[in-house]
Design a protein around this ligand. Structure first.
Ligand code: NAD
Ligand code: UDX
Length: 485
């Protein structure tokens, strides 16, 4: 039924690239074009070095590229030729104007929609792949039909649930695919057409169809629930440290309840990534706009606990190291927001580094997938301001070059250091030669595990003073000053 269907996806990013590659792989009868206004990004998709690091992605792209998968900057022509247009452009948090610091910035989305309206000569299904505020489809419909050329546009919401680092796995075997559409005959026909694409590899019972608003809101709700689990366990981790409970044991015991479940309960230095904070803030803003202040404040706490957790980690480091890290070398192992990705958007590493730099530490940073350029750019940018206090602001950006060095391996990062902070749970950090690392550090040597991935018993045997999130404290690790908030 799909013979000859042509798909075009606007936005060749972390979502557009992998998602379309999977559709091309699973649907040899469909031609898939991925277009972007960024020339370097498209050039990279067409090269041997893809613009994003994602396990398994290279193989999928190699199999389909040039056959039924194409990357191009010819946005207008390929949109005009398509039957189904996915829009997977970025929807960041607004940094100025109404709703700054919370609302989603739909500038990219709107310009894509206007372009679709302008170049279309045939009926199209327009699919919201980006995460958008609930009710966006209504606005998009208005933009698409504004110059009323007699073309029928059907708008669908098809949010993406993949997580970075496991994108290919997630796309291959999604827990569910969600499609929302208008409850009219034309709307339902469009839903069926998109369903037929996914049905090439996703079992029918895993393809959920809803109305437009449910699909849009479900995406925001899912991310809010996931982030809430992390903030819940992170909040517990603080109490564990105060009482001698062990957060891993608590998480295990709690997660054994089949109603709660064991996943996504790892205490950490804080969640990062381009989605959780942005989508919760967006949800908060929508609640506020609807006059639901109690609901808004409830979800805002998830972000506030996350900020608290990052601040708390920095305070532990500074207070343990005799209340000063000034002039001391501190190794930062891992900068990406999670393992198996080179993405640094909203990574907790940025806030932790800012905190330590504010206390005049000398940072030596190593991440297997993040470039020096990226790290320096991230550290020189100021975080957007919203209505919560900024504890972790960089005091003096010009000192960046003197205070920060980015190195090529963990041994160099830790050489001559007073302390080590593990910020990303890269597998390679578990198997380092910690005796060798210890021998080359200033004593007493501290190690702060922000991901609970290291074998602390072994490290203590070597002589390290250790701190892990939510675990009984090493007597050497100093309590937080009572006055600190
Ligand atoms: P991204 O920044 O990696 O990619 C977006 C791309 O869109 C960029 O390459 C940009 O150049 C391009 N673009 C912007 N405006 C354009 C236009 N008018 N025409 C053509 N190209 C244009 O973003 P991403 O991480 O892929 O996220 C995209 C959307 O998907 C966001 O709404 C995000 O919330 C959502 N999402 C992301 C993830 C994730 O893991 N990153 C997961 C689920 C959903
Ligand atoms: C998330 C959602 O999982 C995904 O469904 C959505 O489509 C996009 O946003 P992503 O941000 O790529 O995906 O990664 P995720 O695995 O959710 O991790 C987000 C952050 O939470 C990372 O910083 C991770 O380290 C942290 N995390 C995750 C924890 O601190 N503890 C956990 O138990 C799980």
């Amino acid at each position: 039924a799909n013979m000859g269907v042509k798909i075009c996806c606007i936005g060749a990013g972390y979502v557009g690239g992998p998602t379309m590659a999977m559709i091309a792989l699973k649907c040899p009868d469909i031609e898939v074009n991925v277009v972007d206004i960024s020339k370097p990004r498209i050039a990279a998709w067409n090269s041997d070095e893809l613009p994003i690091y994602e396990p398994g992605l290279d193989e999928v792209v190699k199999q389909c590229r040039g056959k039924n998968l194409f990357f191009s900057t010819e946005v207008e022509r390929l949109v005009a030729e398509a039957d189904i247009v996915f829009v997977s452009v970025n929807t960041p948090t607004k940094t100025s104007g109404l709703g700054a610091g919370k609302a989603a910035d739909l500038t990219y989305w709107e310009s894509a929609a206007r372009m679709i309206a302008d170049v279309s000569k045939s009926d199209k299904i327009v699919v919201e792949k980006s995460t958008v505020p609930v009710k966006t489809a209504e606005a998009i419909e208005k933009i698409l039909t504004h110059n009323n050329k007699g073309i029928n546009f059907q708008i669908l919401s098809n949010p993406e649930f993949l997580a970075e680092g496991t994108a290919i796995e997630d796309l291959q075997k999604p827990d569910r695919v969600l499609i929302g559409g208008r409850e009219t005959p034309e709307g339902q026909k469009a839903v069926a057409a998109l369903k037929a694409v996914y049905a090439h590899w996703v079992p029918e019972e895993n393809i959920l169809t809803t109305n437009l608003w449910s699909a849009e809101l479900s995406k925001l709700a899912a991310n809010a629930f996931l982030a809430q689990r992390i903030s819940s366990i992170n909040a517990m981790s603080a109490l564990c440290e105060a009482t001698g409970a062990d957060v891993s044991e608590v998480a295990y015991a709690v997660g054994k309840d089949s109603r709660i479940g064991p996943k996504f309960l790892n205490a950490s230095v804080g969640f990062g990534g381009s989605c959780f904070q942005k989508d919760i803030l967006n949800l908060v803003y929508i609640c506020e706009c609807n006059g639901l202040m109690e609901v808004a404040n409830y979800w805002k706490q998830v972000v506030q606990i996350n900020d608290y957790q990052k601040t708390r980690f920095v305070r532990r480091v500074v207070s343990s190291m005799f209340n000063t890290v000034s002039g001391k070398k501190v190794a930062i192992l891992g900068f990406a927001f999670k393992k198996d990705t080179g993405d640094t958007r909203e990574t907790p590493a940025i806030d932790v580094c800012h905190g330590l730099l504010g206390d005049k530490a000398l940072l030596s940073i190593y991440d297997p997938q993040v470039t020096e350029d990226q790290i320096k750019r991230d550290l020189s940018m100021n975080k957007f301001d919203w209505d919560h206090p900024q504890h972790l602001q960089l005091q003096n950006p010009t000192s960046l070059t003197q205070q920060v060095s980015v190195v090529v391996d963990a041994y160099e990062a830790t050489k001559g250091a007073h302390g080590i902070c593990v910020i990303t749970e890269w597998d390679e950090f578990k198997n380092l030669d910690y005796q060798k690392i210890y021998d080359n550090m200033v004593k007493p040597a501290f190690i702060f595990d922000g991901r609970n991935v290291l074998n602390m018993e072994e490290l203590r045997k070597i002589g390290f003073i250790t701190y892990s999130i939510g675990k009984p404290l090493d007597p050497w690790v100093k309590d937080l000053p009572a006055a600190a908030n």
